[in-house]
Write a protein of this length. Structure first.
Length: 304
């Protein structure tokens, strides 16, 4: 099989970006981010953009779908799929090799499995009807529409749950046309660490980002006019740091709850990737402990 895309995936804190950049540099390629939060400008430390990872031997590897939207806007999988198609075709036109990289399973599968996508407009009447319901009630409503609830970030906040219900109701009432996806043959690479090492890496990275000023980043977003509710919508770092900054959590409570939430998130990511394999997506898992050159070489050999 001739591959025209390499996809590098894995849970948070496994070094996906660095590997994608090094492999792209080896292949005269460019990186396309598949991260649902790295699209937002000003949300850097909290989303783990790691800009320095895009530099290989002092040269910046071109990257796409990072910093393309203002914080506070609701980017979604439909827009990602549309943006991916455009970027993928542009990279091919320049005769560069595209490398897709990320941990947002739904975004990855939207490309790899050519999900049928239509843009879902807001439903003000439905939103008014759902207003005031608890997160537990909204979750039950969503499960009624979508019994196999794979994407648990949909029920992380009230606003996310309402939007997910809105989307499922729209899909139920409107036929979906096939997206005009290019013909993609992707070699899919997963970065594998054992559970305990993954936990250590998550905790270490969380401490590092707090030391680097992640709280200041969230405060700056609040100072720019974003409401606490808007930031809490993005979950994880932005949810718990915002709750600390508005006085609802102490620093220690914030750190503990956030650390647990990221560990749980990484576990859900792995569950999603295993589900992808069950749904027919072949993933070649490589040892995350290997030196960078060996990991790159392993991908090159698989590509051949």
């Amino acid at each position: 099989m001739r591959y025209n895309l390499v996809t590098i995936l894995g849970p948070t804190a496994t070094g996906k970006t660095g590997l994608a950049a090094h492999f792209a540099a080896r292949m005269n390629g460019e990186v396309i981010s598949a991260d649902s939060r790295q699209v937002y400008r000003g949300m850097d430390l909290g989303t783990g953009k790691d800009y320095e990872d895009y530099f290989v031997d002092g040269i910046e590897v071109p990257s796409h779908l990072v910093d393309i939207e203002a914080a506070g806007v609701h980017y979604n999988v439909y827009r990602f799929q549309t943006d991916f198609i455009k970027v993928f075709e542009e990279i091919n036109t320049r005769k560069k090799f595209p490398v897709l990289c990320g941990g947002s399973g739904l975004y990855l599968e939207a490309v790899l499995k050519n999900y049928r996508m239509i843009e879902v407009p807001p439903n003000k009447e439905l939103r008014k009807e759902l207003e005031g319901k608890t997160l537990e009630e909204l979750t039950e409503i969503l499960k009624g529409l979508k019994p196999k609830l794979h994407n648990y970030t949909d029920v992380e906040t009230d606003r996310r749950a309402i939007r997910a219900i809105e989307i499922e109701k729209y899909y139920a009432e409107n036929p979906r046309d096939e997206s005009e996806m290019p013909n993609i043959n992707s070699l899919n690479i997963g970065i594998d660490f054992d559970r305990e090492m993954r936990r250590q890496r998550i905790t270490s990275r969380l401490k590092q980002r707090l030391d680097e000023g992640m709280l200041d980043e969230v405060q700056k977003l609040l100072d720019s006019g974003l409401t606490p509710e808007q930031l809490i919508y993005y979950g994880l770092e932005y949810k718990f740091l915002t709750l600390h900054l508005i006085g609802e959590l102490t620093f220690d409570e914030m750190f503990s709850k956030l650390e647990i939430a990221i560990h749980q998130f990484a576990k859900r990511q792995m569950t999603w990737f295993r589900g992808m394999e069950k749904r027919g997506t072949k993933i070649h898992w490589i040892n995350g402990h290997l030196p960078m050159d060996e990991k790159v070489q392993a991908i090159v050999q698989l590509l051949k």
